[in-house]
Design a protein around this ligand. Sequence first.
Ligand SMILES: [Zn+2]
Length: 341
Amino acid sequence: MIPASAHRLSVIHRAVKDLSPFRTVILRVAKNPRISPLLLLALACHPAPAQPPAISGQSIYSLTAQLLAAAPKRYNGSPGHLAAENFLKAHFKPEAAKGDLITDEFTATTPIGPQTMRNYIVRYPGKRDGIIVLASHYETNYPLRDTNFVGANDGACTSALLIEIGAYLRAHPPQGYSVWLVFDDGEEAVANPPYDPNQWSDSNSLYGTRHLAAKWYSDGTLQRIKAFLLADMIGDKNLNILEEEQSTPWLRALLKQAAANTHHSAYVFQTEGSEEDDHLPFLKRGVPSLDIIDVDYGPHTSATPDGYHHTAQDTLDKISPQSLQISADLFLELIHLINQR
Ligand SMILES: [Zn+2]
């Protein structure tokens, strides 16, 4: 992905407005004269025991490490790309057996010639007519092929996030809308090395999602999609999910609500900006779409104006189980809230 208009550094930083829910409860109790200070103290000292999370951030982190070990470089046409595809397929054998793992192969016309690309779709049928799509790209940037770029945050951890969401849905089948996972290919611009951010254009990017949105428009699937939710770079240790301004307003409101419900408001929408990303092909065809992305990744220096993004520094040690936990919580709560609308 790439910023749509202004440079990432120019995103507007907003003040932290949200009080934590715990502090809100304490304030509310403190205003009630019938509740003794002793009870207040007891509340503060004995918070309710935490429920184990439905999806473990630690598991997503471990799976990211496994994916990076199996397929460190996943650029189009490389052995690592094939290894990444095999890694994905190995995690969805039960769905494959039911015909719910679909390979969407196509030929992309790129500036350096035709390339074979493959999206993977994994379906979890629900009980209501309609589909919630969760998406992440899994390949790494082709122009960075000669560097040590592995995209721990950029592609790997969000693919692992979707795999773990899939494992959860296998054990807890959707009771509302169907949920479909999309592992899309060719998100990045394609060009011969060296890498240059200006290689990105409308026609040289988002190959997989442009292809899939067009295909699903032709076969009528698009009309059944209630929401398209994109995960991108949300393993960042210092998580700060952007309010992506092109994303559908009601989905942005729902993410804010999901963050409040899961006590993660501090990590969501403290900055705003516009991103070119895999949500756009769906958004342009009228599908409600949300880019859940953290673009402020690592320190911005003169040598690395874009932080760790698209550098050899985008490695496992820059992401955290805690951030992946927050991201997983938000996705599950979003699915819940979309079903309640
Ligand atoms: Zn990238």
